[in-house]
Write a protein that binds this ligand. Structure first.
Ligand code: NI
Length: 257
């Protein structure tokens, strides 16, 4: 079985002590590929460095809504340069987070819009982080119509109804550890609304370790538990779903299968 962790943060300092071992466990666990996703310019740079060292790790570069308030004046130019790097497969993660509100909402929206302009300019696939902000996100995406490139709603926390809207806009939907949690009724219903050819799996590690490892530091090898839960939710066998989600991730990120 060959798995694709479509979203992780292997550059995170929580892996500083044992990154090589974590990457070895990922490989031993059948996770043949992953995308290491940036949250600001320095972390995007670290993701690119990891992707240069390992041909099975790809990178995404972007400014997360939490970090929007600290984006330097020239961040778009620097992101544009990063997106030209051959190991960078997406712009992300970008979006809106009204749950934590670590950046003022007007700043989050400005930085999101500027990065969406860059996505349109470059045609790069987009990784969206959206928390408690689906209303504003729908308004903003609808205003752009069909000009946007492909994208994924990562670590999806939306309802089934909202997921159907994102699907209509052509996006992939990705679920992480929370789908395995006890109180997972909403993500399970939401996942059922996603046709298999639009579904991705991810860890978002080091955050959100899936059951039965909840509470521990998460790592790419644990994406297997997300896969198994999704197989159960969709009533398909895990092997088959591994293959489908692998292919979906390759299509989104435009990597040969
Ligand atoms: Ni993330």
């Amino acid at each position: 079985m060959k798995l694709f962790d479509s979203h992780c943060h292997l550059d995170d300092e929580k892996f500083n002590e044992d990154r090589a071992e974590t990457i070895a466990r990922m490989r031993e666990g059948g996770v043949a590929r992953c995308v290491c996703v940036g949250s600001d310019l320095p972390s995007s740079g670290r993701c690119i460095a990891l992707a240069e060292q390992h041909d099975f790790i790809y990178a995404a570069a972007g400014v997360h809504p939490h970090e929007a308030k600290d984006a330097p004046a020239d961040y778009i130019d620097r992101l544009r340069d990063m997106l030209r790097h051959p190991r960078v497969v997406a712009l992300g993660e970008i979006g809106l987070d009204y749950y934590y509100d670590f950046s003022p909402r007007d700043v989050q929206k400005r930085v999101l819009q500027e990065q969406l302009d860059l996505a349109v300019e470059t045609g790069m696939p987009v990784i969206f982080h959206i928390r408690d902000a689906h209303g504003d996100m729908f308004d903003l995406l609808r205003a752009r119509g069909k000009e946007l490139p492909a994208g994924v709603i990562h670590c999806c926390s939306a309802s089934a109804e909202m997921v159907r809207e994102y699907l209509k806009m052509g996006f992939y939907i990705s679920f992480a550890g929370p789908i395995t949690f006890k109180n997972a009724a909403t993500p399970i219903e939401a996942s059922k609304a996603v046709p298999l050819d639009r579904l991705l799996i991810e860890t978002d590690s080091p955050y959100l370790a899936p059951v039965p490892l909840r509470g521990r530091r998460n790592e790419p090898a644990f994406v297997r538990h997300v896969l198994e839960k999704q197989a159960e939710v969709h009533g398909v066998n895990a092997e088959e779903l591994a293959e489908i989600t692998f292919k979906n991730a390759c299509e989104l990120y435009r990597i040969p299968v």
